[in-house]
Design a binder for this molecule. Structure first.
Ligand code: CP
Length: 308
């Protein structure tokens, strides 16, 4: 493939290839000296039209650990602020000989549009409410590392499903690998197409969490609410906030995930976010490994070459 735009169109084999490739990448991150010459002579540009802490810095570090040359651009620091179009921005970067453009954009479908404009590889680092494929992959990597495989696993995704590209990438990826995915949240934050995506829909948190192996807690995306938040933040927190009292409903050794950034005390209590079940900090480490694997594979690497 030239691009990584989403998990919806990847096969189970392709998802497995990325996860398998990330295993030796994680060993590189664990070393004292992390740099390998694998992508020497390659260039990666991160082009972010929305804010980011985790995704942008982990792509940057992933590229640097593999010895690629990197440049970071944000909308405010580039000629986008002077009105340059996405197509012209992409063509300009492409003319500089870039190999991979990693882009985050507020519009769903923007990554696919850019991929159609330039021969360089495009990685979708989050496009509107559409997909965030590397987040889905790092969530899956974290789950597989702890649980072994996906078949028969019960995963609950909690919260603002409507605005969540993370939820969509998780649903496409996890269902493809054989997991049962439940989504739970208020009716006002549930997308109409959710039934067709293969997830089971719940509106009561306790029912959704009964016996699940993994809980992926989402952030309420206040910046994307069109008509104000309904229910209110206080009601939301009371009805859908994951707290210590919910842990007893889960399967033994259940995992708590959160893609970050967290609204602690709203969708997740501090005790749960930093408790024994939480793998939130491991998700961040795994994000670097997954992004190394994605950059490596898109620039022509083969998974088995890494273990030699
Ligand atoms: N999970 C995630 O995409 O975080 P950032 O917005 O900080 O990149």
């Amino acid at each position: 493939r030239k691009d990584l735009l989403g998990l919806r169109n990847l096969t189970a084999e392709e998802i497995k290839l990325v996860l398998d490739t990330a295993v030796p990448m994680k060993e590189i991150i664990g070393r004292k000296i992390k740099k390998t010459p694998t992508l020497r002579g390659r260039s990666v540009i991160t082009l972010f039209y929305e804010n980011s802490t985790r995704t942008r810095s982990s792509f940057d570090l992933a590229a640097k650990y593999l010895s690629a040359d990197t440049v970071g651009l944000t909308a405010s620091s580039s000629s986008v602020s002077k009105g340059e179009s996405l197509r012209d921005t992409g063509l300009t970067l492409n003319s500089m000989g870039v190999d991979v453009v990693v882009m985050r954009h507020p519009a769903s479908g923007a990554a696919e549009y850019l991929a159609g404009c330039i021969p360089a590889s495009v990685v979708n680092a989050g496009d509107g409410t559409h997909e965030h494929p590397t987040q889905g992959l790092l969530d899956m990597f974290t789950i597989r590392e702890k649980k072994g495989n996906f078949a028969g696993l019960k995963v609950a995704i909690v919260g603002d499903i409507l605005h969540s590209r993370v939820a969509r990438s998780n649903i496409w990826g996890l269902t493809k690998m054989g997991a049962e995915v439940r989504v739970v949240g208020p009716t006002t934050l549930m997308p109409p197409e959710i039934q067709q995506m293969g997830a089971k829909v719940y509106h009561k948190l306790d029912e959704a969490l009964e016996g699940v192996d993994v809980v992926n807690v989402l952030r309420i995306q206040l910046e994307r609410q069109q008509q104000g938040l309904f229910p209110s933040l206080r009601e939301y927190s009371r009805l859908f906030g994951v707290t210590q009292k919910h842990l007893g409903l889960l399967a033994k050794d259940a995992l708590i995930l959160h893609p970050g950034p967290m609204n602690r005390g709203v969708e997740i209590s501090p005790e749960v976010a930093y408790g024994n079940h939480s793998v939130i900090t491991e998700q961040v480490t795994n994000g670097v490994a997954i992004r190394m694997a994605v950059l490596y594979l898109l620039t022509g690497g083969e998974a088995n070459a890494l273990s030699n």
